[in-house]
Ligand binder design. Sequence first.
Ligand code: PEP
Length: 252
Amino acid sequence: MKKKIIIANWKMNHDFHKTTSFLRNFLKIVLEKKINHNKEIIIAPSFPFLHISNQILQGTNLKIAAQNIHQMKNGSYTGEVSASMLKSIGISQVILGHSERRKFFLENNDILLKKIKIALKYGLHIILCVGETGFERNQNQQFNVIKNQLVETVFNCSADDIIFFHIAYEPVWAIGTGKNATYKQAQTMHEYIRSLFLNKYGKNISNEISILYGGSISNLNARNFFLQKDIDGGLVGNCSLELDKFLEIIQS
Ligand code: PEP
């Protein structure tokens, strides 16, 4: 059976003290209750705390992800962080294409494809976010939008590279709004995304690719999302910031 994947996206939250104390407490509970069994749990703190976070979780199957990388290998890009820098501190995962990056930092599919290529070059695993806006859904454009986001990014990669990807379907209108997609809306889109992988890469890859839902997942609704046939886990924002809620989501 495929492992369920739960990812915490902490965005620009939690300082050094909160990050380290959360992770130490989290680790203690996870090991005591063995709730990491048969699950992949990934936490994405801010850049300054990636190294210490990775050290805290060392020797466990819990992983740390970065929330972004720059598309260039190195150079005069003040304030940016490269894939090779992450690699040099033992980080193996990166979230790319989050809607907040697309909206506030104007990351389009061209830039994203460059980020994907450099991430793959350094052997980073990619959590690739896709999602339509509320306007696009109202225009019934959600399937075209998601297809386009995949065609212009991950679908430029070879079948051998797909093992490095998880896809996160995150309807923009559901992120941080408390207004989650219905289980049916999410399942329908996940099934569609899987069908696109089937057409492009064939049956094995389409069965194996993990497609996560993100958008106002909470301890109250997580279980119903995770019960859907094509939902392989979740990308959690707000509710991953509180230890109790995040633990409940994992145990869903
Ligand atoms: C996210 O930012 O990826 C996210 C899903 O946030 P939230 O859970 O707060 O909607």
